[in-house]
Write a protein that binds this ligand. Structure first.
Ligand code: GUN
Length: 293
């Protein structure tokens, strides 16, 4: 039997817990958690993401600020705006939506946010601490996936885990987290990427496969062993005139052939996506709590 890992339902449960916690903080005379986001330019996907983050904040009772800036902004002006929000004692979490226009150095931007407010977990201090297994902000998608594995009670200890994709924000952090001495964790992890030979031979040995390769329907049924746990991080929009939005979403997993073989699988949409969104709220709440203590 295949069990669907329902990220939508689980994120709702976690949001209710967060909202309860916010009420408690306020009842004790504390300030609501406050997430600030900066959006540069007009990229439609980035606009959607930032709007969703604003909506999520409202839903759990957080304060939120969104600073929308033109794509023509200079790097210096952007860094000044970041500094201003970063130094604002009322701001607990600060994120700059990526990608940025080509004339702006992404690394400089990431490092302009202080690690204590870096709820995206992109700052080298947070990445370094995460790799050392020290308390840190873990970026939203890996944190969302780890939370999902934990909440569903999926056994990871001693399992063979294959991660497809080596990005800084998903592939490498999730591979690292799953290899750590922790629960979830204690996996034997293999990372595959565009230069990996014989991917199918590797995925066929996997108990857990995390697919974050950015190629729609890449993982097919004949690449997966019976009973594997499948985590699909992909979201690609494909034109679909029958949909009101004009598009539908495809994951990096060919669901129709993989799902029948899987023990657990995340759907797209409704799997990793909502978990990523709620993970950012978890980090922002954590930042607020750290500021109180
Ligand atoms: N662009 C794609 N994913 C992310 C994310 O998690 N945070 C930010 N700031 N930008 C992104």
């Amino acid at each position: 039997m295949t069990e669907i890992l329902d990220g939508k339902a689980l994120s709702k449960t976690i949001k209710a817990r967060i909202a309860e916690k916010v009420k408690q903080i306020v009842a004790e005379g504390g300030k609501k958690p406050h997430l600030a986001a900066i959006l540069v330019g007009e990229d439609p996907a980035s606009q959607t993401y930032v709007n969703s983050k604003e909506k999520d904040c409202k839903e759990v009772g957080f304060d939120s600020t969104v600073l929308r800036l033109p794509a023509s902004i200079s790097e210096k002006e952007l860094l000044d705006k970041i500094k201003e929000l970063d130094e604002n004692p009322n701001v607990d979490g600060l994120i700059i939506q990526l990608p940025l226009p080509a004339h702006i150095d992404e690394n400089k931007v990431i490092m302009a946010v202080s690690p204590e407010k870096d709820v995206d977990g992109f700052h080298p201090v947070n990445v370094g601490k995460m790799i050392l297994g020290l308390p840190s902000f873990v970026s939203a998608t890996p944190l969302g996936i780890m939370t999902m594995l934990k909440e569903y009670g999926i056994e990871t200890k001693g399992k063979n885990c294959v991660v497809l994709g080596r990005s800084n924000i998903v592939g490498r952090p999730i591979a690292n987290l799953l290899s750590q001495k922790s629960n979830p964790g204690d996996c034997t992890v293999t990372i595959c990427h565009s230069h990996t030979k014989n991917i199918r031979e590797i995925t066929l040995k996997a108990d857990i496969i995390v697919v974050a390769i950015g190629i729609s329907e890449f993982l097919k049924g004949d690449m997966v062993k019976e009973g594997a746990v499948i985590i699909d991080v992909g979201i690609t929009r494909v034109a679909d005139a029958s949909k009101k939005s004009g598009f539908r979403l495809l994951g990096d997993v060919e669901y129709s052939t993989v799902a029948p073989k899987a023990s657990y699988i995340t759907p797209v949409p409704g799997g990793v996506g909502p978990m990523t969104r709620v993970a950012l709220l978890m980090n922002t709440l954590k930042s607020r709590e750290q500021r109180i203590s």
